[in-house]
Write a protein that binds this ligand. Structure first.
Ligand SMILES: [Zn+2]
Length: 106
């Protein structure tokens, strides 16, 4: 499987799974095995995860209002959260560029 290049040294450094686990710009990121500098998922990942959370929030509210059966609406809410987390993980695995973490809070 194709590895993602490190934004610092340009070497193929992260497998898709490792990239997905590297976190977002809001985290410390993961060190590159070649140069040791920290890498994380860039802005595209944040845009994508905010889009999926807005969509799942809409579905959650809609199912809460429209479905009277508590059991069914609970299942839909849990499924929505699980699907959005999975989509974010898949997006980080295959799309978006690695970048340097901006660590706002040290
Ligand atoms: Zn590197």
């Amino acid at each position: 499987m194709k590895k993602h290049n490190c934004p610092h040294c340009g070497e193929p450094a992260f497998t898709p799974i490792q990239k997905a686990l590297a976190g977002s710009l809001r985290t410390n990121g993961k060190p590159c095995p070649h140069c040791g500098r920290k890498c994380c998922n860039g802005m595209a990942s944040i845009y994508f995860s905010s889009a999926t959370s807005v969509i799942s929030l809409i579905i959650i509210i809609a199912s809460y209002i429209m479905i009277s059966d508590k059991m069914t609406s609970t299942i839909i809410i849990i499924a929505c959260i699980a699907v959005s987390l999975l989509l974010n993980f898949l997006f980080d695995m295959f799309f978006g560029k690695l970048t340097e973490p901006i660590r706002i809070m040290e």
